[in-house]
Design a protein around this ligand. Structure first.
Ligand code: FE
Length: 208
């Protein structure tokens, strides 16, 4: 089985937010889709269970997906994707957002709209939790095209410089998602990126 084919799926990019007891938090995800239409559209979102946002949504049943657009800056990805709400308050001094009807924050810069939804079911997928949620609110902010995962890699994420080896000759593996570097000849199969929580399969050996 060649699981590299999974990379040929197309994905959008989103800031997924929640509010639990007055505390706002959010993370980057690439898994929001409209799953059904009808009078009340249904969306699904899968989130890594290690993320605090996942816990918060499980508890409160409310979520908002802000849709990242092609004018999003790398800073937005770093702010929501490369640090944990367990360590920092991501909304403490963050102003490009507004409180929406379900009590969560929608991101208003580098996004072209948001969808709020109420979770009617969650399915434990092992690494991720899949939320199935009914749309309760939404707004279009701009006509800037949505950023796809491929667009992020091509145009938003800074191109890392090739470094290859450490001064004492060890091999470097770099996370393709966030740029974190792991030093060692082989990267353990169960290694998880400490910054963005992506698995060892998202690391590439950096050659000089
Ligand atoms: Fe990473």
């Amino acid at each position: 089985m060649d699981d590299k084919v999974l990379r040929n799926l197309s994905y959008g990019l989103f800031v997924l937010t929640a509010n639990d007891d007055g505390k706002d938090n959010g993370c980057i995800c690439n898994t929001a889709i409209q799953a059904a239409g009808g009078e009340i559209p249904i969306i699904t979102v899968a989130v890594n269970k290690a993320n605090l946002t996942c816990e918060m949504i499980s508890k409160t049943k409310k979520l908002t997906v802000s849709i990242l657009s092609e004018d999003a800056s790398f800073d937005t990805f770093k702010h929501f994707g490369f640090q944990s709400g367990r360590d920092v308050d991501k909304f403490a001094s963050f102003t490009d957002c507004k409180k929406v009807a379900n009590g969560t924050m929608a991101i208003t810069k580098g996004t072209n709209g948001y969808i709020s939804a109420y979770v009617k079911e969650e399915i434990d997928l092992g690494t991720h939790m899949l939320f199935i949620a009914m749309m309760t609110d939404g707004e279009v902010f701009s006509s800037v095209p949505s950023a796809t995962y491929a667009y992020y890699f091509e145009h938003i994420k800074p191109k890392p410089e090739a470094v290859g080896k450490t001064p004492d000759g060890q091999t470097v593996w770099r996370c393709k998602i966030c740029g974190y570097e792991y030093v060692g000849e082989e990267i353990p199969e169960d290694f998880v990126c400490p910054l963005c929580k992506h698995p060892a399969s998202d690391f590439e050996k950096v050659m000089k």
